[in-house]
Design a protein around this ligand. Structure first.
Ligand SMILES: Cc1ncc(C[n+]2csc(CCOP(=O)(O)OP(=O)(O)O)c2C)c(N)n1
Ligand SMILES: [Mg+2]
Length: 355
């Protein structure tokens, strides 16, 4: 049995604090699996930190920072099989890297380059969704389709606390429950929807309570604990694959970074809470856990960091080496019968871009 603290209203946790709270463990994970989780955490952390720098240098556009969200993404990802579909929001923009998507592709997306759009069927990763919650019904529909076709696997949709106020979330959740779709609704509850705090978002005591209203089993986990997230998602995947329908996971953190590179949170966040969240951030927490278990050496940690940095260096080089796209792509596929004025607009755009 996994040694996991009770779920109920409290948050499930596996990683202790090295002092009064003891470390647990998750059944079925050997030393290699534990280190693979770390490799993924370091890859995403490196991707995120480098992306902020690349943005500052004007080499990518506005970027949605996920610093401190890596454990939610990595823990849930590693509970999936390759045939399970992933529906990311902008907050999980780099989750495809864990499925082998090139860094160059994701960076190209943030550069607004057409090569940043991949064929979802190549990785079983849907396009990055920017409109809040609109991908929840898509994920549920795909999951239901799998059930109808008798195919194995499930679909996981990632969204935030703010998304649970959107109609699309509620439609997707109800549909998933009614159709017993093999779907996992994964809510990253980071306490904020840009500058709107959770307290202004809902009167529900927990976001997981919303799932209960639809008859969907829900778990609340510590979103900074990669092992707790893994364990809860593994349960959800098993339910989905056994034909028992959808699950909801509420992973709780406190957003320790700005919403995006265009945001200045100093006017609305509590700096004390941010400082606490940063001190307790998920990658450091897991590194300390592995060190207490004695499975991580300095050399290996350095190796993983160097490997991730090299991937980023090569990725930005490859993304920047791509020829600029023809500005005509902005106009293509937008309207069946474009107005004549677009010809003029396109010529004007070409003229401006030529400088
Ligand atoms: C349908 C829609 N409405 C508004 C926005 C603008 N918007 C972008 S991010 C965001 C906040 C979302 O917060 P949350 O769901 O908690 O996700 P988080 O950004 O915290 O991961 C909003 C309102 C949008 N992208 N789509
Ligand atoms: Mg949020």
């Amino acid at each position: 049995m996994a040694q996991v603290l009770p779920a109920e209203s409290d948050l499930r946790r596996v990683i202790g604090d090295g002092e009064t709270v003891p470390d647990g463990e998750v059944d079925g994970l050997d030393e290699n699996d534990l280190l693979e989780l770390l490799r993924s955490l370091i890859l995403l952390r490196t991707y995120d930190e480098r992306s902020v720098v690349l943005h500052r240098q004007g080499r990518i556009g506005t970027y949605a920072i996920f610093w401190g969200h890596e454990a939610m993404q990595v823990g849930s990802f590693h509970a999936l099989e390759d045939d399970d579909w992933i529906f990311p929001s902008y907050r999980e923009s780099a989750i495809g890297l864990l499925r082998g998507m090139p860094v160059e592709t994701v960076l190209s997306w943030w550069r607004g380059h057409p090569s940043g759009w991949w064929n979802p069927a190549d990785y079983n990763v849907a396009s990055i969704c920017v409109p809040i919650a609109t991908h929840v019904p898509h994920a549920v529909g795909l999951a239901w389709g799998k059930r109808l076709k008798g195919e194995p696997g499930c679909a996981i949709a990632y969204f935030g606390d703010g998304a649970t106020s959107e109609g699309a979330f509620h439609e997707g959740a109800n549909f998933a429950a009614v159709m017993r779709a093999p779907a996992i609704l994964f809510c990253n509850n980071n306490g904020w929807a840009i500058s709107t705090p959770l307290s202004a978002q809902t009167r529900a005591q927990a976001l997981a309570d919303k799932a209960i209203g639809y008859g969907i089993p829900a778990a609340r986990v510590d979103g900074g604990d990669v092992l707790a997230v893994y364990e809860a998602t593994r349960d959800a995947v098993a339910r989905a694959r056994a034909g028992e329908g959808p699950s909801f996971i509420e992973a709780v953190t406190y957003r320790a970074a700005p919403h995006a590179t265009a945001d200045d949170p100093s006017g609305y966040v509590d700096p004390q809470l941010v400082a606490e969240a940063r001190a307790n951030e998920c990658v450091g927490r897991y590194v300390r856990y592995l060190r207490r278990l004695d499975v991580l050496t300095d050399e290996l940690e350095q190796e993983l960091r160097a490997e991730a940095l090299e991937l980023m260096r090569a990725g930005i080089g490859a993304a920047e080496a791509r020829p600029a796209p023809d500005p005509g792509v902005i106009f293509e596929h937008a309207l069946a019968s474009p107005p004549e004025s677009w010809q003029h607009d396109l010529q004007e755009l070409r003229r401006i871009l030529r400088g």
